[in-house]
Ligand binder design. Structure first.
Ligand code: NAD
Length: 358
C-alpha cells in the first residue's frame, strides 16, 4: 500500500487540501485506490506549534511517504520572523530534503475559461503546455555566492551558474520521457549564445535525443522563448529548462491561463516520488471564507496519481470530473463570469466528487 503525506500548511491551504482529500477518499472508496494517508504540519502552522517551519517529524514522514500533497505556506503573521524560520523555509527544506530536482508545471487553459486570460481567446484556448524546470541546481544554489567589498570599498554581488553533465542529463531524461508520452515535441530553452553552462546544456540535450528517437527536440534561446510564449504559446508542448529560466517562464505560462487557482505542479525525485502542490500561495486575503478555488490542488492529486502512484487512468478520471463541473457552469469566485454559477470551495470539491461518482 502506498503512503501519502498530507501537508495542508497555512491560509487557504487548509481549505483546498480538505477538498483534495475528499477526492482521494472517493478514489479509495469507489475506485479501489490502495493508499494510506497521514497528515502533518509545515510552514507557519508548524512554527506556531514547534518553533520551526519544518519539524523533523514532518520531514521524516515525507521521506517515508511515496508522495506528498501540499497546500501552501506563509502569511502576514509570520512575515517578520527571521528568514531562517519563515514558512517558506519549510518548503525549501522539503524540496532539498527529498531531492526533488524536477519541477513539472503544466499550463492548461480549459476552453470553458478562455475568457479568463488577458490574451485573446483564440491565442490561448485549449493551451496545454508542460514546463519541466530543474529545481535543485543552477544559479539559485551555485557556489560561490555572496556580497563582498572590494579594495576600493565598492560592494559587489555575485552568484554562480553551474550545471554538471549529470544534472543536465537527469532533468533532460525526465523531460524526454514526458514528451514521449505526450505529443513527442520537446523544446529545450537555454542561452547558449552567451552562457557556456547552457552551451553544455544544449550539447547534453542533443546527445540524449539519440535515446529518444521518437521525440522531436528543438532548442530556443530564453529571450525568444519568453516572446514566443506570449505571441503563439500553442506552438509548445513540453519545454525543459534551467532553474532560473524555468522559474520565470513557468510563471509567465501560468498567467497565460489567467487563473492561478487552476494550476497544479509536481516536484519529483530520481525514483518518481513527488511532492504535489498548487502553484499559488496561501492567499491570506481570502482564507477562511470558503471562496478559494480548490481545483489546482485537486489537479495536483491527478498529477500524483499519474507520476507517483502509477494510476494514469484514475488521473484521467479526476481531470474529466473537473472538466465536467466546468462544463456544468460551476465556478469559484476567481473564475466566475456572467452566466455561470458561483460555488464556494467546499461546493466545488463536492461537485467534483459527485462528477467522479457519476
Ligand atoms: P497568492 O498566490 O497566495 O495570492 C495571489 C492572489 O491570488 C491573491 O489575490 C489570492 O487571493 C489569489 N489566489 C491564490 N490562490 C487562489 C485560489 N486557490 N483561489 C482563488 N484565488 C486565489 O500569492 P501572494 O499573495 O503573493 O502570497 C501570499 C502568501 O503565500 C505569502 O506568504 C507567500 O510567501 C506565500 N506563497 C506560498 C507559496 C507556496 O506555498 N508554494 C507560493 C507562493 C506564495
Amino acid at each position: 500500500m502506498k503512503k501519502i503525506l498530507i501537508l495542508p500548511g497555512d491560509g487557504i491551504g487548509q481549505e483546498i487540501v480538505a477538498e483534495a482529500v475528499k477526492v482521494l477518499d472517493c478514489l479509495r472508496e469507489d475506485f479501489g485506490l490502495d493508499v494510506e494517508m497521514e497528515q502533518a504540519l509545515v510552514g507557519g502552522s508548524a512554527y506556531d506549534e514547534y518553533g520551526t517551519p519544518l519539524p523533523d517529524e514532518t520531514l521524516r514522514l515525507a521521506q517515508e511517504a511515496d508522495a506528498v500533497l501540499l497546500g501552501a505556506v506563509g502569511g502576514p503573521k509570520w512575515e517578520s520572523l527571521d528568514i531562517s524560520v519563515r514558512p517558506e523555509k519549510g518548503l525549501l527544506g522539503l524540496r532539498s530534503g527529498l531531492g526533488l530536482f524536477a519541477n513539472l508545471r503544466p499550463a492548461i487553459l480549459y476552453p470553458q475559461l478562455a475568457d479568463a486570460s488577458t490574451l485573446k481567446p483564440e491565442v490561448v484556448s485549449g493551451l496545454d503546455i508542460m514546463i519541466v524546470r530543474e529545481l535543485t541546481g543552477g544559479i539559485y544554489f551555485g557556489q560561490p555566492r555572496g556580497i563582498r567589498t572590494l579594495d576600493d570599498g565598492m560592494r559587489e554581488g555575485f552568484n554562480t551558474l553551474v550545471y554538471n553533465e549529470a544534472e543536465i542529463e537527469r532533468i533532460g531524461r525526465v523531460a524526454f520521457e514526458i514528451a514521449k508520452k505526450r505529443s513527442g515535441r520537446l523544446c529545450s530553452v537555454d542561452k547558449a549564445n552567451v552562457l557556456e553552462v547552457t552551451e553544455l546544456w544544449r550539447e547534453v540535450m542533443q546527445r540524449l535525443s539519440a535515446d529518444y528517437r521518437k521525440v522531436e527536440l528543438s532548442h530556443m534561446y530564453v529571450d525568444n522563448a519568453a516572446m514566443q510564449l506570449v505571441r503563439a504559446p500553442k506552438q509548445f508542448d513540453v519545454m525543459v529548462t534551467t532553474n532560473m529560466f524555468g522559474d520565470i517562464l513557468s510563471d509567465c505560462a501560468a498567467m497565460l491561463t489567467g487563473s492561478i487557482g487552476m494550476l497544479p505542479s509536481a516536484s519529483l525525485d530520481e525514483n518518481g516520488k513527488g511532492m504535489y502542490e498548487p502553484i499559488h500561495g496561501s492567499a491570506p486575503d481570502i482564507a477562511g471564507q470558503d471562496i478559494a478555488n480548490p481545483i489546482a490542488t485537486i489537479l495536483s492529486v491527478a498529477m500524483m496519481l499519474r507520476y507517483s502512484l502509477g494510476h494514469a487512468k484514475l488521473a484521467e478520471r479526476v481531470e474529466a470530473a473537473v472538466e465536467q463541473v466546468l462544463d456544468d457552469g460551476l465556478r469559484t469566485e476567481d473564475i466566475w463570469s456572467e452566466g455561470t454559477q458561483k460555488v464556494g470551495t467546499a461546493g466545488m470539491g463536492n461537485a467534483i466528487v459527485a462528477a467522479l461518482r457519476a
